[in-house]
Design a protein around this ligand. Structure first.
Ligand SMILES: Nc1ncnc2c1ncn2[C@@H]1O[C@H](COP(=O)(O)OP(=O)(O)OP(=O)(O)O)[C@@H](O)[C@H]1O
Length: 548
């Protein structure tokens, strides 16, 4: 229970700030989840394609985003997207079209930073460049071949900047491309790039990433999907996720039994402004859009529609079926968004977690970076929610396998008469990597050395025993991930520093020494009483949360 009114005021203030801040859109952080998909002998997904990374895919303008330490790149600022594009530029930086004085300066600047080519041994993570240029890729004037350009990021007809991954991470090379379809984007770029894709609020800005923003009008879902598909880069076999190599033959009727369906005629994109559909986020497996579902006699409601981009499939996509099954397994647990229904073979709708007025979602990742201010008590309750949700998932026979700050969304129930009564609540999303605790999902990863290195670098939430292939994903790896999440919160929220030791118990190297979720919840309760003066029990009653 909120102890004083000022706390509630602060919370309310935070809510208002959250609503007003156009930057508070759904993020998607990226490289880490991609790694989860690597070399996993999953039995699903016939073909796969990684998500397009808008942060690197179509940045028009003179300023490249420079990769540092693992290629963690920052999405360009909206002003950069609006920069006029320059003429085609060859690999060596020679402008072959109309140039400008700052283009020349830019080249000088870039040249000064470019490391000599092949000064390093090739990164084993990086596939050898294709012997022939990608289909449709034009050679820049003055260039012998684009296959030598080594950094072909071929989308659109404008000059693209991309980081050359197998020379220097800070080495940026301009390439000229003339095909809008072919792509030499490698799967590893998804691993190294920042997944943050603040598309929703930039839907009106020109040429960026998937081009969702260029969608004009509000058509039906099929037309919308078609538009999306046309703006996506073509699938590249080298981008396939390892787990997609085998695909079971599934009977459509069997797998869809018990799954509600939605007639796409009842769906309309939810737009903040006319003609600008809202994109909630993008992940490794697909795009999530905000749509309005018309319900006969009950008005409409907002739903988050996830469309998988994992290649074509004759029937419902196995990856979608699996995610839906995991969602169904926890349909009685309020910590997970409810499944609303299946729309197409690769598209399904789930409950929207966010602010229905501003159409904005807030993840822990975002909340830890400033706004809105959330009190210690509410943070403890959010952690409580996450523990409760994971516990419910485990009891249903599933492990989440990707618990991290991007996959916990925060929301407030604004429907209550007294807004000060509302509290921030945590909702766990993205069951796309969930695995059953028994059966064929119980296998150990088999990673190469460089893949392991990438895991250690980019997937802090994955414990070493999983990376080393000593244990399969399961209850204890989820507890480790939860510990990392708690560490992140405790380190960044003033007043929660003393929670770090408890979080640390979850991340000990020996999985057997990690606490159970029940123990963790009790310890959290004790900590909460010591540091904030309240226990869960009254809160539990007030907000109807329960021990597990
Ligand atoms: N139910 C929801 N309500 C609101 N936003 C959502 C919802 N589900 C997903 N999102 C937004 O869409 C983004 C991508 O969703 P999700 O993580 O499920 O995709 P993914 O392709 O499985 O991602 P990943 O690469 O992590 O596997 C999320 O980070 C979140 O911002």
């Amino acid at each position: 229970m909120l102890r004083d009114y000022s706390e509630a005021k602060i919370s309310q203030l935070g809510e208002e700030m959250f609503e007003d801040d156009p930057k508070n859109i759904s993020k998607v952080a990226g490289k880490r989840t991609a790694l989860l998909m690597m070399r996993i002998p999953d039995v699903h997904s016939p073909t796969a394609v990684p998500k397009s990374d808008p942060a690197e895919s179509s940045v028009d303008g003179p300023a490249p985003s420079v990769g540092h330490g693992g290629g963690h790149r920052t999405a360009p600022s909206p002003s950069a997207w609006n920069q006029p594009s320059h003429g085609p530029v060859s690999r060596s930086g020679v402008t072959t079209g109309p140039s400008s004085w700052f283009g020349t300066l830019g080249r000088m600047f870039r040249r000064s930073r470019v490391a000599p080519l092949q000064t390093r041994p090739p990164d084993p993570l990086v596939p050898t460049p294709a012997a022939s240029p990608p289909q449709g890729t034009a050679t820049a004037v003055g260039e012998p071949s684009t296959s030598n350009s080594r950094c072909g990021d071929v989308r659109g007809t404008k000059t693209r900047w991309s980081v050359c991954p197998w020379t220097s991470r800070s080495e940026n090379i301009a390439t000229t491309v003339k095909s809008s379809k072919s792509s030499t984007k490698k799967w590893y770029r998804g691993l190294r790039s920042n997944r943050v894709a603040p598309v929703g609020d930039h839907s009106g800005t020109p040429s960026r990433g998937l081009g969702m923003h260029r969608t004009t009008g509000v058509g039906d879902l099929a037309a919308f999907d078609e538009t999306l598909d046309n703006t996506l880069p073509e699938k590249n076999s080298s981008q396939s996720k390892p787990h997609s190599k085998t695909s079971p033959k599934l009977n459509d009727e069997d797998i869809l039994t018990g799954i509600p369906t939605i007639d796409e005629k009842n769906l309309r994109p939810a737009c903040k402004e006319p003609g600008r559909p809202t994109i909630l986020g993008r992940g490794q497996s697909g795009v999530v859009r905000l749509m309005r579902l018309r319900r006969p006699e009950r008005g409409s409601k907002l739903v988050a529609v996830k469309r998988l981009m994992l290649g074509t499939c004759s029937g419902p996509h196995p990856a979608m079926i699996k995610e839906i099954r995991a969602l169904q397994a926890v349909e009685n647990c309020s910590i997970f968004p409810k499944l609303v229904g299946v729309i197409t073979k690769q598209t399904f709708a789930q409950e929207f977690v966010g602010n229905p007025k501003s159409m904005v979602t807030l993840s822990i990742f975002k909340a830890l970076r400033g706004k809105p201010p959330i009190s210690v008590e509410h943070w403890v309750l959010i952690i409580h929610d996450v523990i409760t949700g994971i516990s419910a998932l485990h009891q249903s026979g599933w492990a989440h396998c990707d618990i991290q700050s991007n996959n916990v969304l925060l929301w407030k129930d604004r429907s209550q008469s007294d807004p000060t009564e509302a509290r921030w609540q945590g909702r766990i999303i993205d069951l796309g990597n969930a695995k059953r605790l028994t059966g064929p999902d119980r296998y150990c990863l088999d990673l190469t050395l460089s893949e392991k290195a990438a895991y250690y670098r980019d997937c802090r939430h994955i414990p070493a025993e999983i990376v080393e292939g000593l244990e399969p994903y399961g209850v204890r790896s989820d507890i480790y991930s939860l510990g990392v999440l708690m560490q992140d919160i405790a380190r960044q929220i003033p007043g929660m520093f003393e929670l770090i030791p408890l979080a640390d118990t979850c991340t000990v190297a020996n999985p057997d020494e990690r606490p159970t979720l029940r123990t963790l919840l009790k310890e959290l309760n004790v900590w909460c009483q010591d540091h904030t003066g309240f226990r869960f029990s009254p809160v539990e009653k007030k907000w109807n949360v329960a021990y597990v």
